[in-house]
Ligand binder design. Structure first.
Ligand code: GLN
Length: 522
């Protein structure tokens, strides 16, 4: 049977529960244990697919085509695991399941209630077998949120069901620093732990976000108010990079706390993988500037996986990657004078499209390394069709109705297969031998994750290829172009998929590694 770690948070939101949860997983893995991770979001959206990246950060996509919270991205990257639709569960989805079951008559005429019907449904998702030693479940939101109550009730029951020693409650809080008096205030943490206790949950370990290390006196004081030994009160220091967190935890013997709670033998961990990242962060290395032409820059997390993938590729290439954010709606050629590579990421809607097309043109004409992701491939194809093939009317039917539809909804795609409207999740792609794509991947069969509605129209393959843009990756049925490149260019590569979702901090991703290598050369 797996053991469970529940991660909750209090005082304020956005303290980094996802990173905290992933870091606990990293500590367990470094001692040889296997780990699975799950996220429970109490909000009422059925899934995050329709949520604005400007409100909620990026929408992450799993292999099985589920649109999830970006914390699933942390888990996959940090822990090198693959998650699926049942690992990202919202309140809306729970109620949807319960109400559908009610309509089907599954409850045999019983009154349907929050307890036990909703709590049982939540516990079903929590306890679904994973075959791993540990399952880490993050509960989204903050203790005290109305929607969250039923989730706290469920994890309380769950601990009682499987045995208290098989469950560790980890709670993340904040200790605000008052500049005037030079004091770190512990009261909000006490209140948050008390709030948890009102729901029948005693925190076993506390992670207190703070700008400096808590003193022993402060830890003892928090422990005294919160029913904990002082050693279980951990400082979650503000750090400049999330990959330092597992090291911060390890230095404070967090594994020993877990070991004691679960009755595991003490063990020193092998943290070398994460230490390598820390070493890179501190190393004096040349900087490579990537101009990223997008439109969701108002919130830091909107391009989370993409920022990560560029960072990972920097590690592989021994350079620091600097991302220059260029607004697609106001972009001009001068923005590119100091960049070593141009990246056009995914996006939806007409806003900023002509700017992205201009960026692709600038990269092509000036022989600057170009990487296009999803929409970034579509604009590169539109640009090439307009300027090189010579059809000025070329566009995507997403943006213009009476155009040469070089990007279009491919009507013979199986719509059922596309999750209603979007093509979502991992699809196989065949790579054309002898292309740069083959060199990049070192393979001719790959699998990458998708999230888009439109496709490069295969009807224009010959026109594009005759003019010098090669379709280097294609779906196995030969209908959907998946990758393009321009062989006469230094590095001009794009994919219809989102490679950033599969980038690992420990090995990067072939496409990003090659892009940064090309930019570094420049
Ligand atoms: N808007 C484009 C489409 O739907 C691209 C989407 C994306 O970049 N993820 O096909």
């Amino acid at each position: 049977m797996s053991k469970y770690i529940f991660v909750t948070g209090g005082v304020v939101s956005s303290l980094g529960k996802g990173v905290s949860a992933a870091s606990l997983g990293a500590l367990l893995q470094s001692r040889g244990y296997t780990v699975h991770a799950r996220k429970f979001d109490p909000y009422l959206n059925i899934d995050p697919g329709t949520m604005s990246p400007l409100q909620h950060g990026e929408v992450y996509v799993t292999n099985d085509g589920f649109e999830t919270d970006l914390d699933l991205g942390y888990y996959e990257r940090y822990l090198g695991i693959k998650l699926s639709r049942n690992d990202s569960v919202s309140g809306g989805r729970i109620y949807w399941d319960v109400l559908n079951a009610e309509r089907r008559g599954d409850y045999l005429g019983n009154t349907v209630q929050m307890i036990p019907h909703v709590t049982n449904k939540i516990k079903e998702y929590i306890g679904a077998p994973t075959g791993t030693d540990f399952v880490i479940c993050e509960i989204g939101g903050t203790v005290g949120d109305i929607e969250g109550k039923i989730f706290l009730e469920s994890i309380r029951q769950f601990a009682n069901d499987v045995g208290r020693r098989n469950v560790l409650f980890s709670h993340l809080t904040l200790a605000p620093y008052l500049e005037q008096s030079g004091e770190l205030k512990t009261k909000p943490t006490q209140m948050s732990v008390r709030n948890l206790l009102e729901n029948g949950i005693q925190a076993d370990v506390l992670f207190v976000r703070s700008p400096r290390m808590l003193t022993d006196d402060e830890r003892a004081k928090i422990g005294m108010f919160c029913n904990l030994p002082a050693k279980n009160v951990i400082t979650s220091m503000n750090v400049d990079n999330i990959y330092k967190i597992p090291l911060v935890y390890d230095a404070q013997h967090v594994f020993d706390i877990m070991a004691e709670h679960f009755g595991l033998p003490n063990a020193a961990g092998d943290m070398s993988k994460i230490q390598k990242i820390e070493h890179h962060l501190n190393a004096d290395l040349p900087t490579c500037t990537i101009g990223m032409v997008g439109k969701y820059f108002d919130i830091a997390d909107a391009y989370k996986s993409l920022n990560e993938a560029l960072f990972h590729a920097g590690i592989q290439n021994n350079v620091h990657v600097k991302i220059k954010k260029i607004n697609a709606e106001t972009v001009s050629p001068e923005d590119f004078t100091d960049v070593d590579g141009i990246l056009v990421p995914g996006g939806f809607g007409t806003r900023g499209i002509e700017g992205k097309i201009m960026a692709a043109r600038y990269a092509r004409e000036n022989n600057i390394p170009y990487m296009g992701i999803c929409l970034g491939m579509q604009v590169a194809v539109i640009e090439f069709m307009r300027d090189v093939v010579g059809d000025e009317n070329a566009n995507s039917t997403e943006f213009a109705k009476n155009c040469t539809p070089v990007i279009d909804i491919m009507s013979d795609c199986d719509k059922e297969d596309m999750g209603g409207t979007l093509r979502l999740g991992a699809y196989p792609c065949n790579i054309k031998p002898g292309t740069l794509a083959e060199k990049i991947y070192g393979a001719t069969n790959i699998s990458e994750r998708h999230r888009h509605r439109y496709e490069v129209n295969i009807k224009y393959k010959d026109a594009l290829e005759k003019a010098g843009m090669i379709i280097s990756g294609i779906s196995p049925d030969g209908k959907l172009p998946e990758m393009i490149e321009i062989p006469s260019h230094k590095f001009f590569v794009a994919g219809q998929f989102h490679p950033e979702f599969q980038s690992s901090p420990f090995s990067g991703h072939p496409m990003f590694n090659a892009f940064i290598a090309a930019a570094k050369k420049k």
